[in-house]
Design a protein around this ligand. Structure first.
Ligand code: SF4
Length: 154
């Protein structure tokens, strides 16, 4: 388990240590549980990503899916904050509001006070982690099937 393993290092040393991690993984067929707040680092080392908010899993997907087709509004917000070399991009949107205390998380979906898509139901009801596609799960009421429609599974 690697918990914020490169967070305190400067960028050039980070790159060396990450490359060492990757070489060790390849040579010894290791599996890492790599915990980081840095999505750039996560994208570099991971095959599969689990996004958590206030101690709950909100999205799970292969790395490529997380970075190209994020489903959960929190994942989308995290990615919109990620620095990029795309000079045409102008839409950096910080996540609104303060991070609530994990000791007293908001009711229902804990992300609702900061979510641009929040609706009344989000305050009252915890969304289930639903399977959207093979290996891709997300916990958001926006994914709930319309009444009577064939659904995705909880
Ligand atoms: S359940 Fe509601 S508040 Fe939570 S992420 Fe989805 S839309 Fe936003």
């Amino acid at each position: 388990m690697c918990d914020e393993a490169v967070a305190a290092l400067d960028v050039s040393i980070q790159a060396q240590v990450l490359n060492l991690f990757l070489a060790l993984r390849r040579n010894f067929e290791l599996t890492y549980l790599f915990i980081s707040h840095n999505l750039g680092v996560v994208g570099h080392v991971s095959d599969r990503v689990v996004i958590m908010y206030l101690g709950r899993v909100v999205e799970v997907a292969p790395t490529d899916t997380i970075f190209t087709r994020p489903n959960h509004p929190y994942t989308q917000a995290l990615l919109s904050e990620l620095p990029t070399l795309d000079t045409k991009r102008r839409d950096y949107q910080p996540i609104q509001g303060e991070l609530p205390s994990p000791l007293r998380p908001p009711s229902g979906c804990a992300f609702h006070p900061r979510c641009p898509h929040a609706m009344p139901r989000c305050q009252a009801e915890l969304p289930a982690l639903r399977t959207l596609a093979t290996g891709h799960l997300s916990a958001c009421h926006l994914n709930d099937p319309a009444p009577g429609a064939p659904g995705i599974t909880a």
